[in-house]
Design a protein around this ligand. Sequence first.
Ligand code: SF4
Length: 662
Amino acid sequence: MKLLTPVKIGGLELRNRVVMPAMHLGYCRDGFVTPRLVEFYRARAKGGVGLIIVGGCSIDEHSFGTMIKLDDDKYIPGLAKLTGAVHEEGGRIAAQLFHPGRYAYSFLAGIQPVAPSAVASRITGQKPREMTVTEIKNTVENFARAADRAKKAGFDAVEIIASAGYLVSQFLSPVTNLREDEYGGDFERRMKFGLEVAARVRDAVGPEYPVLFRVSGNEFVAGGNTLREAAAFCARLEDAGVDAFNVTGGWHESVIPQITMAVPRGAYTYLARGIREAVRVPVVACNRINDPLLAEEILQNGNADLNGMARAMIADPDLVSKAAGGRFNEIRKCIGCNQGCLDAVFTMQPVGCLVNPEAGREYEGEIRPAAQVKKVLVVGGGPAGMEAARVAAGRGHDVTLWEKNDRLGGQLVRAAVPPGRKEFAAFVEYLVSEMARLGVKVELGRNADEHDILDFGADAVIVATGAVPAELPVAGADGPNVAQAWDILDGRASSGRRVVVVGGGAVGCETAAYLARKGTIDAETLYFLAVNGAEDWERLRELATKGAKEVTLVEMRKSVGADIGMTSRWIILQELRRYGVRVITGARVNAINGRGVLVEHDGEEKLIEADTVLMAVGSRPVSELCERIKEKLPEVYMAGDAVAPRNALDAVRQGYLAGAVL
Ligand code: SF4
């Protein structure tokens, strides 16, 4: 594979073309490197990645404690431990130099954010203070000083972040740079800050030391820079001595999703290609590249020279070594859910991973083989049960899994049904494949009762029997026009033209959006009509967004989607609007009848007419089995929704722990 061949960035040779781009992890303490951070990256280096970029690393006081800091020499010894660990494993490591500008949170940094102009941030809602020319020049120097410290700490390269809406990109963009002095106005003057940073960093580190820039190929912000300006900026940076470009998509405030699972794999590779056509140095493609075979295709198509795979490396630190060994089925692919990583970043929690419960816990040591092989029975083949079976079998136990349905996956199968959510199914495929490889004996359609389990003679039983939909105690809830949202997603029920979904949590929102899209044209048809010029863009958009059903979502609370992570919620709300779902909040359901749903809203009772009413009012655990067997067997554990309904991240983690404790 070309992906696994060496490549040079400046004078630095990388063992392959896989880059792990910088991601905030939240593992530092007061800016100092911790064993948690060191062991996290050591594992990725050991797994074969070519270049690790860490950060963002703060260059001045606009930072907070869980970031990696490079604004003082006192951080160098700790950083040297980090670079040393990566080097011991044969890897290379770069530091990303970071200034948030108007994206900083004053409550974290303790000072007002600064920016080229006083344009309020759509992320924080805060208004920054306009930088003086003296402050601008000091900030350029701070970038240079931080680069020098990085070099002293043993980093093999530095990267300057000029993407995602952070300070350098704020200077470049006409949306956020309203200055009329030497640092603002026309494009030439808006480039000046970034070019000065590049030049001073180059002076600080010397001519041979690799310097990368991370750029947005398109800001995807109204009135902002597009690929044309990005390419022109990169060409000027190359002249200033930049050795490679790491190309991502838009800004954090863009309303076009950048990295959730709704983004097709490798969708923004065309941006890397656009930059590559403008420069002669290597270009890294990024965003939703979670598979080495896709990464290889990107290289073979000439769209990039390297691939950035950040979350893919969180999900599977051994991705490169598995690819090198031809063990593609064993790769645990990132599914773009953000539940363990970016949602954690935005709530100031340390990063974990839905599909890899060990991520961020490498410092706790590797999971041990079982001291004594046990006969283990797992009851329930949802995410918690499958993960428990995988881990237990991987440790050498003799594992059998019983699932009452005729398929594995539980809630993940349902979650994968709405368009743009199919990556959940990829995780199911991985678990199924791993269980088979590790010798788990799976029996489908096995509806176990207490006697079956006792007769089986297991040394240990893991009960992962999941949950069932909760019921709403209102008149008419058992009527013929009422079904569970789960039944729609399972394909066990159908719906009429007018649908009311009761319950605006994740399941209700997803089901409403799913049904509202029914009758729109699919991606293949859209592509066919577009490339043949059959319809104009406006009509195509209408065909792709106007479905055949009238869908209403009713929620008792003031907002919908409250249980969806921050990085995905806005996208689902956007989908509800886009596909014309009528959302009614603050409405209490009083009854359901043959004509629809009677709700109390704004102090009045109203009828929302419906042919079908779908219930999505939560779930309740199925735990009775555990209660019946726990006194009769030596080792009984519970995991997942059987304990209490929870999200997939927690369910998988519980399954992992159950498999690890045996
Ligand atoms: Fe990928 Fe989800 Fe893991 Fe984040 S939590 S790395 S998005 S699988």
